[in-house]
Each structure stands twice: as C-alpha cells, then as structure tokens.
Design a binder for this molecule. Structure first.
Ligand code: 4AD
Ligand code: MG
Length: 430
C-alpha cells in the first residue's frame, strides 16, 4: 500500500490511499479533507461535480478519525507544507467513529491528554516525537554494531539491586521474590568478560518517588561495557556516540524537528563534539559562584544540573564525584581515592543528566568491602564477585537513558511525551 510520505514521486498519477480523517471542512461544493496515514499528512480536495453521489455522502457524514480509502490524482501544490495535494476522485468509508473523537483542536489539560494517551498518539506532534525516538534507538544500535559491541540482553527479573536498594520494584516470583531490573550493568560486566565489548538495550525500572519532568518509573536504557577500557576511553566513546546520534537525527528527522519547532542550532553545536570535562569539585565551585547553596560533598540535584548546563553550548562531563554519592561498583581514583573514576554526561539547554558511567572496581577485596559498606546481601553478589576472581581486568561502561535523550533532542518540557505509554509515580494507565 502506498504511503502519504511516498507521494512525492507520484505527481500526475492516480493513486489510492488509506488513512484517517484528522480534519475537514466544506465550502458547499468543495470538500477539503486532511488525511493522515501515520507516515505523513496530505490535503485531499474534492469537487462535488467530480465525485459520485456515494463518495459525496461519505464526505458529508465524515467524523474525526473516520478511516477511509481515497482515490485521487497527485498534484504539486507549493502552498501545502509537503508541497503536495490530492485531487480527490472517490472516498470510501472503512469505519465511521463510534462517538465523537475526544481530542479536538481546542486546548486540553495534561491529565486529560494522558488519560487519552492511546488517542493522543495520533497527533502530529506525538507522531514526530516517536519517529525521533525510533531514529535515536536505531542509531544507537547501529553505532554499537559498527564498534563491534555484541548485544547481550540482561534479565529483567533480578535477585538483587544494581543502583539503589530503595528504588526497587518487588514482584512475586513463585515462592520467592524478584526485583525488576534497575540496570543491566552487572550482567554486562559478566558478558564483557566473555565477549570483550557488550551492550544491552531494554526497559529498566525504578520505584523513585520523584514527580519531576525527568523521571519515569519504567524507562529504556542502552548500557555498554568493555573490558580493558578505562574511564578516559569510556568518555570518548560516549562523546562519539552522542555526536553520531544527534547528527543522524538532524540528517534524517529534519521534518519532525520542524513539526516540534525544535531550534536546531544547539544541536548543530553538539554535532561538533569537544564536550568539556569538568571535575566535580570545580563544578561545585562554579555552582556556588552562580548562587547555588550546594555544599562540597553533595550530589548534584536536577536544579544544579540545569544551572550548570546553561553555562555551556554542548554536553558536559562532570567527572570524579565523591565516593559517598555514587554506586558501590565505581572504582576509586588511584590519584585521590576520595573520588571515583566516573562521569555523568549532562545535556545542554538545562536538560541535565542523560548518561551515567564509570570505570568499575576490578579488585576483589575492595569490591567485597564496598558490598558490605552498602549493606548489600553478599550471597546475591557471589556471581558478580566471580568476575573479579577469574581473570579480573580493568573495565568500564555507561548507561544512556533513551527517554531523557529524546526529551533533550526534541526540546520537550517533560519526559512523559517521549515514550508511547509513560509509567509515572501517579500513572499506570492506559
Ligand atoms: O545514572 P544511572 O542510574 O546509571 C546506571 O544505571 C548505571 N548502572 C549505568 C551503567 O553504568 N551501565 O542511570 C543511567 C541513565 C541516567 O543518566 C538517565 O539518563 C537514565 O538512565 N535514568 C532515567 N531516565 C528516566 N527516568 C528515570 N527514573 C531514570 N533514572 C535514570
Ligand atoms: Mg546517574
């Protein structure tokens, strides 16, 4: 079946299209139908004199989101956004709407739109966001494939925490309990000892009681891990990846960025690379100079990240966080073990953290000590300790949150629009 997006090469031809009526108006003997088929939108102009009585009746009785099959001649129309219009010959109804479509042109509140998310997805803006999401996910996979990383999927049911024991979703697992994964990292460390470079890309879960514009309880994360990679190389890899992804979106999703009214100048800057690397301690000083009351030793909050990123025209790496604010597996800096060999990548324009990564502890005794200090159940981590028992090597990796990346690249206010069906603190429906 023909797509509206493919009409450009059909000028002058008579074609058949199926889709949904997302808008229409009539001026007596002319009927203007706005048709969408999920690939693009086009206006079909019908003259009463040129169409059968049956078709005209279908048009006159049309409701919003009726599904139809239209036959028409493709015309070039410089005034149309796509440069194309259809001269309608016939319109056949597939299914009439059973009720009035709840989403209209008027302003709706966020709660209403979220309750009707399954229908809201049909709007041009939501379509554009999901196409950008697809492009980013595909670009990420392509990037890692060409870098010789092997996709090794991590489990979703897990026996233990990876990031923080307070943010676990517990589920019944026969006569036992399991936790929904917060991160596939620990398993990637095992697979990267088997295959050198590995990645996983799947849903992860955090029962964070955060009601913010950057938190979901279920989000997708691409995580990469490589044996013999240090933290410097880890950051270089992340930078190359982000540049690749942003360039790809600029090249292939220009129309969608336009629909979203995304200013692409800041994204062009990102494509230049050269992301600054700033030590945590310097970032704290900079924040204090900017008026923040953050204290040395504190983790950066979302507001701090926003303030900081607004000082730069491209993503920044904040490196060397204090041991106390980061996860148990991060390797202390041999030059100053109060800090870890890690980096968070903060996206510009106030978006903040999109990537968390680090070099991992490769010393068995130190890792055992950290597991104890963090109050983690030792038995559940025996297999993870085995990675250090049998040919331990320096290794590093990171995780990039897909939805935060989509929110940033699309220039969105809130993360809830970046995933078809967002799961939030107060939302599990639809
Ligand atoms: O910084 P985080 O917690 O890092 C990890 O999970 C590591 N184990 C990754 C690794 O080294 N393999 O999470 C990584 C990224 C964040 O930077 C953010 O983009 C995203 O995951 N993220 C969230 N996205 C949406 N909602 C949430 N609640 C998120 N929590 C983290
Ligand atoms: Mg983090």
């Amino acid at each position: 079946m023909l797509d509206i997006a493919g009409l450009g090469s059909k000028i002058g031809e008579t074609i058949e299209l199926s889709g949904w009526a997302y808008n229409f108006r009539s001026s007596g003997s002319i009927f203007f139908l706005q048709l969408r088929d999920g690939t693009a939108r086009v206006q079909v102009v019908f003259n009463k004199a040129d169409v059968s009585e049956e078709s005209w009746t279908v048009l006159e009785q049309l409701g919003m989101e009726a599904s139809v099959t239209v036959t028409g001649v493709v015309k070039s129309e410089p005034r149309a956004p796509s440069g194309i219009e259809l001269h309608g010959i016939s319109c056949v109804l597939i299914a009439a709407p059973a009720a009035e479509f709840p989403i209209s042109k008027k302003e709706h509140g966020t709660d209403f739109l979220m309750d009707n998310r399954h229908l809201w997805l049909r709007s041009s803006r939501q379509e554009a966001i999901l196409r950008v999401r697809n492009e980013i996910a595909f670009a990420l996979r392509e990037f890692f494939y060409h870098k010789n990383f092997v996709l090794t999927d991590s489990p979703i049911f897990t026996p233990n925490a990876c990031e923080s024991t307070s943010e676990l979703f517990e589920v019944k697992y026969f006569d036992d309990v399991a936790y929904l994964t917060q991160s596939g990292q620990l398993y990637l460390e095992a697979t990267s000892s088997a295959l050198k470079r590995t990645y996983c890309f799947g849903p992860t879960f955090r029962s964070e009681k955060s009601k913010t514009r950057r938190h979901l309880t279920e989000f997708w994360m691409l995580e990469a891990e490589a044996s013999f990679m240090d933290q410097i190389e880890n950051m270089a890899l992340q930078e190359e990846m982000v540049v690749f992804v942003v360039k790809r979106v600029l090249e292939r999703r220009a129309d969608d960025l336009k629909t979203l009214e995304r200013d692409t100048a800041p994204l062009q800057k990102v494509a230049e690379g050269n992301f600054p690397r700033i030590r945590y301690t310097d970032a704290i000083k900079q924040l204090q100079d900017l008026g923040s009351d953050i204290k040395d030793g504190d983790d950066l909050g979302a507001d701090d990240e926003t303030v900081l990123t607004k000082q730069y025209d491209r993503p920044i790496f904040i490196t060397h966080y204090p041991v106390a604010v980061k996860s148990f597996y991060m390797k202390p800096d041999p030059a100053d073990p109060r800090f870890v060999l890690n980096a968070d990548m903060l996206a510009p324009e106030g978006y903040g953290e999109v990537i968390g990564g680090s070099q991992r502890i490769d010393d068995l005794a130190l890792l055992e000590e950290r597991i104890k200090q963090h109050g983690l159940p030792r038995e559940a981590f025996e297999w993870y300790l085995d990675i250090r028992r049998f040919g331990s090597v320096p290794h590093a990796g990171f995780g990039i949150g897909l939805e935060r990346t989509v929110a940033w690249v699309c220039g969105l206010e809130h993360i809830r629009e970046t995933i078809p069906f967002p799961r939030l603190l107060n939302r599990l429906n639809p």
